[in-house]
Design a protein around this ligand. Structure first.
Ligand code: URA
Length: 439
């Protein structure tokens, strides 16, 4: 008979678990027969000693089957999903889901709220008056069948064992582990029933994976687990040293997503969405080549179909789709003031724009949570006016701060000061997508 203490000792010694042992641990997590202290000790042993691909695949499979598994086959043969490991200013989902749906790929997206310093799509969508972020499984499936897309919050019925383990990891210093992150993310994606999964593995100061080698290891592990469980997963590593796009903050990010679907978005955000979008269209056999997919995506932006998809989704989920024409219908900050750095001498180049620091400046104004369940200020945020590689001077604003009170402005400016570093010589920014496409 298996005993949890023996499994902790086994992992502590660096040995690999069998499938039965992993099933025992996840079963015990679900029926509460394994106490939190033993699970925590085991999680720490996994963090320190790791898990091989077989163990990670067993773990993903066990978590996936710990709850409901959705069947989306009635929607069509291929239903896509996109997931990011979390970043700052990362509104890719809000652009990519309508974009791909308009290009003919049904998209079923379950999203989360902000985690740590990273933003969450569900919080951002709540800036749209009336928008329902909670849909029943039947509503979710029916909406995708009817209009080709839905984005809603994750239900507790999908991979519930991950919910319990995640809560323990959050408070026991055991979040940052490639096999634990890979199995946690993939089990939820697979339980949601999608069969074309593209993963945006963020890397850099604003991401959970700080180094490229860690991010690559996570990307490769997730692709390999996908292969073993016969669910195609494609993961690309993308840069998160500076925020994505210009807007950080909930309403501001909805506005920037709408502008991107109107063909007026920032270059880096558009590039990322076109890269992931092309990859998905080729994988789904909707387009033969990356080039064909690229122009199809640009076409649905130009002819307004991508924006129409977003509008249909907002309407289907009870939101006021007039927000697309009138941004003032969303929570709006009382004041906005440009932020300058008076210490820049002459003309220089922006060398670094630290994503995590920008996120902290937004968080101190209330754009993110400091405690679970806390309500957030959807209106406040920061709009960047310079990105890495741009020419800057003391006369040009580096950003605009959106705030309600002067205290918020003072606190955010003080933090923001630390986000920027300058260079007297030209700076070439890093590419947005780090890993080669279709590698
Ligand atoms: N997101 C998840 O869902 N799980 C992790 O472990 C990390 C990020």
């Amino acid at each position: 008979m298996l005993r949890m203490v023996d499994l902790i000792l086994k992992k502590r010694a660096g040995s690999a678990h069998t499938e039965d042992e992993i099933s025992f641990i996840i079963g015990g997590t679900m029926n509460d027969s394994i106490p939190d202290y033993q699970l925590s000790a085991w999680l720490m042993a996994v963090c320190l000693k790791g898990m091989n691909i077989d163990e990670t695949a067993y773990m993903t499979n066990a978590l996936l089957h710990s709850g409901q598994v959705l069947d989306l086959s009635s929607i069509g043969p291929i239903v896509g999903d996109k997931h990011s490991t979390g970043g700052v200013g990362d509104k890719t989902t809000l652009v990519l889901i309508p974009l791909l749906s308009a290009a003919g790929l049904p998209m079923a997206k379950l999203s989360g709220r902000a985690l740590g310093h990273t933003g969450g799509t569900i919080d951002k969508l709540e800036a749209i008056p009336g928008f329902r972020t909670e849909l029943s499984t039947q509503e979710f499936v029916a909406q995708i069948k009817k209009i080709g897309l839905a984005i809603c919050g994750q239900t507790a019925d999908l991979a519930p064992a991950d919910g319990r383990l995640y809560a323990l990891r959050d408070v026991t210093g055991t979040v940052e582990s490639v096999p634990l992150i890979a199995s946690s993310i993939l089990s939820k994606k697979f339980a949601a029933g999608t069969n074309l999964i593209i993963l945006d593995v963020k890397c850099g100061s604003g991401a959970f994976m700080k180094s490229e080698s860690e991010a690559k290891a996570l990307a490769q592990t997730m692709e390999e687990v996908g292969k073993r469980l016969k669910r195609p997963v494609t993961a690309l590593v993308t840069n998160m040293d500076q925020p994505l796009g210009n807007a950080i903050g909930n309403t501001l990010e909805i506005i920037e997503s709408i502008e991107t679907l109107q063909g007026k978005g920032p270059k880096d955000l558009l590039e990322l969405c076109l890269t992931f979008g092309s990859l998905a269209l080729v994988k789904a056999d909707i387009c033969k080549t990356d080039k064909e997919a690229h122009s199809k995506l640009l076409d649905v932006i130009k002819n307004g179909q991508a924006l129409k998809s977003l509008s249909q989704m907002i309407e289907a989920q009870g939101g006021n789709c007039e927000v697309i024409n009138d941004f003032s219908l969303m929570p709006t900050a009382k004041q906005q003031t440009d932020y300058y750095d008076s210490t820049i001498s002459g003309e220089q180049w922006l060398k670094t724009l630290d994503a995590k620091t920008v996120a902290e400046a937004c968080k101190i104004m209330g754009a993110g949570r400091t405690r679970k369940g806390e309500s957030i200020n959807l209106a406040v945020g920061i709009k960047l006016k310079a990105k890495v590689g741009d020419k800057v001077s003391s006369q040009k604003p580096l950003a605009t701060i959106y705030y309600d009170t002067t205290e918020q402005f003072a606190a955010a400016s003080q933090i923001l000061e630390k986000a920027f570093q300058f260079s007297k010589t030209e700076i070439i920014p890093l590419p947005v997508v780090n890993s080669p496409i279709f590698a």
